[in-house]
Design a protein around this ligand. Structure first.
Ligand code: SAM
Length: 290
């Protein structure tokens, strides 16, 4: 059997063999822990009928494991220096396609259609570059890609914000956006010692299971998300104050009755509102022409 790519020794050997130097600006921290790799792969619920879309394969530690479990793997890597290394390291895994490109600029629906035709489902599985975690996840969600799960290693604090329930200081517009589309589950916390080179922060694996339909029904998604943003504009302010800035001073008197009409105390803060309350608030504002 081929040696595991993601062992400390093999990783160091590959880096030395190709004279690879890490680019901090691309968030390059490679995983060297089999146990964590196993946890990521098993959380994704893959089998040979499923596809895995990997973002940022690096030298292929996770890619190799995905190829052993999924029917087909497509891995998108931005760093052209890694493409020949990946082709070499993964030369005996025929079910892997490496795509050179920036995931933020790629036509993902087109790529998925081409690479995963005939499979029963696709999940994103990745150890993400931390500098672009949120833009990447928001692209995957907003483009409404046909995904089953998104299992990703990200910065611990960001994972906690995505999974946060109303009432705590971690709950914010990111929590609402993610939970609108997905059911989040924190899989595990990961110490910074399992990477080469080690990042400055701890990480977590989060599993986002895509909902069949959004968590709440809204008429206008863009308006709903603008309402949510407005309520969190200044975290220490009440929703009445934050919304005054949003609807404009002349409309301020309308807010009290509007909020009371939907059973929301104007002195509450955004961080206490559930998704259902944000939905009824955005519905009421829209109906009132605010
Ligand atoms: N999957 C590997 C592992 O777990 O060892 C590497 C993970 S490393 C944290 C992130 C990877 O994402 C790097 O290989 C980096 O070059 C790549 N990357 C960074 N920005 C990217 C982008 N916009 N599109 C695609 N890949 C990107």
């Amino acid at each position: 059997a081929t040696a595991e790519v993601g062992s400390p020794k093999r990783t160091k050997d590959i880096i030395a063999k190709y004279g690879f130097t890490f680019k901090k600006s691309l968030g390059q921290n490679f995983l060297i822990d089999q146990n964590i790799l196993n946890k990521i792969v098993s959380a994704a619920e893959l089998d040979e009928t499923k596809g895995a879309l990997e973002i940022g394969p690096g030298i292929g530690a996770l890619t190799q494991r995905l190829a052993q479990t999924a029917g087909r793997v497509t891995a998108v890597e931005i760093d052209n220096r890694l493409i020949p290394i990946l082709k070499d390291v993964l030369s005996d895994t025929p079910n892997v396609h490496v795509e050179h490109g920036d995931v933020l600029k790629l036509d993902l629906p087109g790529l998925m259609e081409k690479q995963f035709a005939g499979l029963s489902g696709v999940s994103v599985v990745a150890n993400l570059p931390y500098y672009v975690t949120t833009p990447i996840l928001m692209k995957l969600l907003e483009e409404k890609l046909p995904l089953e799960h998104i299992v990703v290693m990200i910065q611990k604090e960001v994972a906690q914000r995505m999974a946060a329930k109303p009432g705590g200081k971690e709950y914010g517009s990111l929590s609402v956006a993610v939970q609108y589309y997905c059911q989040p589950e924190l899989v595990c916390i990961v110490p910074h010692t399992v990477f080469i080179p080690q990042p400055n922060v701890d990480s977590a694996v989060i599993k986002l299971s895509l909902r069949d339909k959004p968590a709440v029904e809204v008429e206008d998604e863009a308006f709903f998300f603008r309402t949510v943003q407005a309520c969190f504009a200044q975290r220490r302010k009440t929703i009445a104050n934050n919304l005054t800035a949003y609807v404009g001073k002349p409309n301020r008197e309308l807010l009290g009755p509007l909020l009371e009409g939907i059973g929301i105390d104007p002195s509450r803060r955004g961080e206490t509102l559930s998704l259902a309350e944000f939905a009824s608030l955005s519905h009421a504002l829209l109906k009132a022409g605010l």
